[in-house]
Design a protein around this ligand. Structure first.
Ligand code: PMP
Length: 394
C-alpha cells in the first residue's frame, strides 16, 4: 500500500542537529540550530517564566478546550506587544498559534483561500521553511533580491527595484527583525521607504517576527510592523515566543491581520478561526497562560524584559568577541559583517565545502549555507571556533 512513499531526506537544519548529538568528539561545538544558549551553553529557563509557572501550578484548575482563536488574555497582551498601540485594537484580527510556524501556516492557508491568485515573494535567501509552508499551502513562492554577499548587507536598491516590479496584491514576506539566515536588517529610514513603496504598489506585506528583542530591543524590533500599521497598510504579522521566552516546545506564537475597520477585522478573525478549525481545531493552554501572566503583571513583565535584554547583549558580546578573535588570527580577512549584522545569526560567507571542513576537522557545526548562530557561542567556545574558521579560510 505504501510502496510509493519515498524516504524523507530530513530537514537540513534538524538533521544537522541530530548528527551533532551523535558526534562522539567531546570538544564539538554546535552553532547550527537557532536556539539561544546562556554562558554555560544551556538553554535558559527564564526567571519570570518560572515564577509565572509556579503561580499557575498553585491554581491550575481544569484544562478545557481553548476557543479556536486561543486564550483571550494572551491575544490581548500579544497584540499590545506586537503593535504597541500603533493601530486601534479592533482593527487587528489576532489568533494564538502553534509557534511562529503555526502562524505562517494559518496565514498561508488563509491567503490561498482569499487571495488565490497572489504570488508569494520571499527574500533571497530566507528561512527554508518559508518555502515549504507557503508552497505547501499551494501558493507559488519566488525570491526577491535581498542579500549582497559583497557588502555583507542588504542590497536595498536591488530589493526596492524587485518589489517595484511586482503585481499589486502579491504577498511580500518580510523579516521584521534579525533576518534569518543573514542577520542583515533594514534600518528605520529604509523601512519607511519600503512602506511607501508597498502602499503605492498595493502589495500585501507578511511580517515574520521570530526574534523580537534580539535585535535592538523589544520595541525597536517591532518598528517595521508598527510603522506599516500606522501608515494604514493592511498586513499580516506572525510572531513567535520560542526564543524570547525560551519556550520552544510550548509552541507559542500569534498571527495578526491588520484590517481597514472593525467589521473587516471581525470577518477576517472568523475565517482565521475556520482555518484553525480545519487544521488542528484549537491551540494548547499551558504556554499561553504563562505568557499572558508574564505580560499582564508589571513586575514579571519588567523582569522578563530585563532578562531578554541580557540575552540580547550576550549575543552582541559574542559577535564582538568572535570578530576580535578572527581579526587576531586572520588580519588579512574582513569580518566586519559580524558586528554589522544583528540578531542570533550571521552569514559567514563560508562555502558548503568550508562548512563541511569545519565539521569534519574541528567538530564545529554551521548550517551548509554558512549561517552561524552567535546565540549558541560562549566565551569558552569563541577561541576554538575562531581557530577552526581561520584554518579553513584558505
Ligand atoms: N520564522 C523564522 C524566521 C524562524 O527562524 C523561525 C524559527 N526558527 C520561525 C519562524 C518559527 O518559529 P517557531 O519555532 O516558533 O515555530
Amino acid at each position: 500500500m505504501f510502496k510509493h512513499v519515498e524516504a524523507y531526506p530530513g530537514d537540513p537544519i534538524l538533521t544537522l542537529n541530530e548528527n551533532f548529538g551523535a558526534d562522539p568528539r567531546p570538544h564539538k561545538i554546535n552553532l547550527s540550530i537557532g536556539v539561544y544558549l546562556n554562558e554555560a551553553g544551556k538553554m535558559p529557563a527564564m526567571g519570570a517564566v518560572l515564577r509565572a509557572e509556579s503561580a499557575l501550578a498553585a491554581d491550575l484548575g481544569t484544562r478545557p478546550y481553548l476557543p479556536m482563536e486561543g486564550n483571550a488574555a494572551y491575544r490581548a497582551a500579544v497584540r499590545e506587544l506586537t503593535f504597541g498601540g500603533a493601530v486601534p485594537a479592533d482593527r487587528v484580527a489576532i489568533a494564538q498559534t502553534l509557534g511562529g510556524s503555526g502562524a505562517l501556516k494559518v496565514g498561508a492557508d488563509f491567503i490561498a483561500r482569499y487571495f488565490p491568485k497572489a504570488g508569494v515573494w520571499v527574500s533571497d535567501p530566507t528561512w527554508d521553511n518559508h518555502y515549504s509552508i507557503f508552497a505547501g499551502a499551494g501558493l507559488p513562492v519566488q525570491k526577491y533580491r535581498y542579500y549582497d554577499a559583497a557588502t555583507g548587507h542588504v542590497d536595498f536598491p536591488g530589493m526596492l527595484a524587485a518589489l517595484e516590479a511586482l503585481p499589486a496584491g502579491d504577498v511580500v514576506l518580510l523579516h521584521a527583525c534579525c533576518h534569518n539566515p543573514t542577520g542583515a536588517d533594514l534600518d528605520e529610514l529604509q523601512w519607511r521607504e519600503l512602506a511607501a513603496l508597498v502602499k503605492r504598489r498595493g502589495l500585501l506585506p507578511f511580517f515574520d517576527m521570530a526574534y523580537q528583542g534580539f535585535g535592538k530591543g523589544v520595541d525597536e524590533d517591532a518598528f517595521a510592523i508598527r510603522h506599516f500599521a500606522a501608515e494604514g497598510i493592511p498586513l499580516f504579522a506572525a510572531t513567535s515566543f520560542s526564543k524570547n521566552f525560551s519556550l520552544y516546545g510550548e509552541r507559542c506564537g500569534s498571527l495578526s491581520v491588520v484590517c481597514a475597520d472593525a467589521r473587516e477585522a471581525g470577518n477576517v478573525l472568523g475565517q482565521l478561526k475556520a482555518t484553525i478549525r480545519r487544521n488542528y481545531s484549537s491551540p494548547p493552554t499551558h504556554g499561553a497562560r504563562i505568557i499572558a501572566r508574564v505580560l499582564d503583571d508589571a513586575a514579571l513583565r519588567a523582569e522578563w524584559r530585563a532578562e531578554l535584554e541580557g540575552m540580547r547583549t550576550r549575543v552582541a558580546d559574542m559577535r564582538a568577541g568572535l570578530y576580535e578573535a578572527l581579526r587576531e588570527r586572520r588580519p588579512d580577512g574582513d569580518f566586519g559583517y559580524l558586528v554589522k549584522q544583528t540578531g542570533m545569526f550571521s552569514f559567514t560567507g563560508l562555502t558548503p565545502a568550508e562548512v563541511e571542513r569545519l565539521r569534519e576537522e574541528s567538530a564545529v557545526y554551521l548550517v551548509g549555507s554558512g549561517r552561524l548562530c552567535l546565540a549558541a557561542l560562549t566565551r569558552r567556545t569563541i577561541a576554538p571556533t575562531a581557530d577552526a574558521m581561520a584554518r579553513v579560510l584558505g
